[in-house]
Design a protein around this ligand. Structure first.
Ligand SMILES: C[S@@+](CC[C@H](N)C(=O)[O-])C[C@H]1O[C@@H](n2cnc3c(N)ncnc32)[C@H](O)[C@@H]1O
Length: 433
């Protein structure tokens, strides 16, 4: 825990600037930001150093294109000003100008989504739209969870495991893991999946932000405003929904997990209905199973794979998105994936969904759909009882599992006070092992 700004921050001190900017773009609470090893001596941070910090964070091109939340940017600059003023150093003019500009910017009522950016070891960046509301210890109602960051770090260290492989992710959420692996590793294909319409919508947008061509991404972040009318309506509803739930402040992250997803699920039907009524009121509902993903079927960048719920991005088979609810396995869809590896992060948090999750794993791992994958599942162990319940369910299905060593290097910024465990799960008849 460091709360002082390094006296050694200067343009040449790439490492310190990198440390500060990676935390800024992941929106690490300002009071928890580490300012570098050689901290203290606030009195010595010069004008150029201050400018360098601003250029690596709030004033950067990246921040302009994929801004962190307005309140976070304000808090960050305010904190810098306070620390510098406390130490009686001369402040650069830019810092005051910037702060005034930020104060003048109005926070829209529905500004409940912002961007977070994650820096990969190969210098690529994952840019994601996430919820702005931090509920407890960096977790939010619709955000990237610690287990996904942890699992990605582990995967980066297992190059051969994923090289030229077809990977399926269960419960992708906002897509961090898949986007990071597609950018960092040489995969054959990656199939993102989730069932929740709001999550699926943001997942689709996040994949587009990261993988559509440069010209398209240069239009960010305004491209959403230019996107199709239905998309805009959907996004507006999501933002409204998130701002309604922003008052939710809880200490128990398990409860948060249940509440945030359950409240989203319960609100989704209404939301979808409203969008449908307003936007496609005259259209007949052709297929109940497809009513929630009209945004996928009406988006020109995505094409369904042989009339299924699996969509491919820009006709390339390497990035796919599948609408998949573990409670309703559609053999036709699942046969299309043929994964070599199955990944999942933070999907073991609710006992009631464990039987469905385990059944899905069993079907894939026992070769039902034509391939013999191995699964790697990362879980934040908030409740040992829930974890044990999962392990027993795996054992009852005759599946084998082992707990793996954690990654040796931590790349991203996240709390791991609550332990995160990575399990390898496989079927005993798997001859590929
Ligand atoms: C805690 S989030 C984890 C998201 C992401 N893997 C991460 O770690 O950031 C759990 C995810 O599982 C998905 N999920 C929950 N129940 C599901 C089900 N029955 N079928 C498919 N996905 C489900 C949720 O929509 C959500 O995206």
């Amino acid at each position: 825990m460091a709360t002082s700004i390094s006296n050694c921050i200067d343009k040449n001190n790439e490492q310190t600037l990198h440390l500060i900017s990676t935390q800024f773009f992941q929106m690490v609470p300002v009071r928890r930001i580490q300012w570098g090893e050689k901290s203290l001596c606030l009195g010595n941070i010069g004008i150029e150093d201050q400018q360098a910090v601003l250029e690596a964070t709030v004033s950067s091109t990246l921040c302009n294109k994929y801004p962190t939340s307005l309140s976070y940017r304000r808090a960050f600059v305010k904190y810098l000003i306070q620390k510098l003023e406390d130490s009686d150093v001369e402040l650069c003019d830019e810092i005051y100008e910037l702060y005034t500009d930020l104060l003048q910017e109005t926070e829209e009522e529905e500004d409940s989504l912002c961007y977070k950016s994650y820096f990969l070891p190969n210098k690529e960046i994952v840019n994601l739209q996430e919820s702005v509301h931090i509920i407890s210890q960096g977790t939010t109602g619709l955000s990237t969870w610690q287990a996904a960051l942890h699992l990605s770090e582990w995967c980066f260290e297992q190059e051969s495991l994923l090289k030229n492989k077809n990977v399926l992710e269960l419960g992708s959420g906002l897509g961090f893991l898949g986007v990071a692996l597609c950018k960092q590793c040489k995969l054959d294909s990656f199939t993102f999946s989730d069932f929740h319409p709001q999550v699926l919508f943001l997942l689709m947008k996040n994949i587009e932000i990261n993988f559509l061509n440069e010209q398209y991404s240069l239009e960010c972040p305004t491209f959403l405003e230019n996107s199709e009318c239905k998309d805009r309506k959907m996004l507006k509803k999501i933002k409204r929904q998130l701002s309604v739930s922003k008052e939710l402040v809880m200490e128990d992250s398990c409860e948060i997990m249940q509440i945030s997803y359950n409240s989203m699920v319960s609100s989704t039907d209404t939301m979808e209905r409203e969008v449908d009524e307003q936007e496609v009121g005259s259209e007949q509902e052709e297929d109940v199973s497809n009513s929630n993903d009209h945004f996928l079927s009406s988006n020109s960048h995505w094409s369904p794979l042989n009339n299924s719920n699996v969509y491919t991005l820009n006709h390339s088979d390497s990035i796919r998105l599948m609408k998949f609810n573990w409670e309703f396995c559609n053999q036709k869809d699942l046969c299309k994936i043929q994964p070599d590896v199955i990944l999942a992060a933070d999907v073991v948090y609710d006992k009631s969904i464990i039987p469905f999750l385990v059944q899905v794993l069993y079907q894939f791992l026992s070769g039902t759909f034509g391939s013999w994958p191995v699964a790697y599942i990362a879980s934040t162990v908030r409740n040992e009882d829930t974890r044990d319940h999962f392990l027993v369910a795996l054992g009852n299905k005759g599946l084998r599992y082992e707990i793996l060593d954690p990654p040796s290097e931590k790349i991203f910024h996240y709390d791991d006070i609550i332990p995160i465990e990575i399990l390898r799960v496989w079927h005993p008849s798997n001859k590929t092992l």
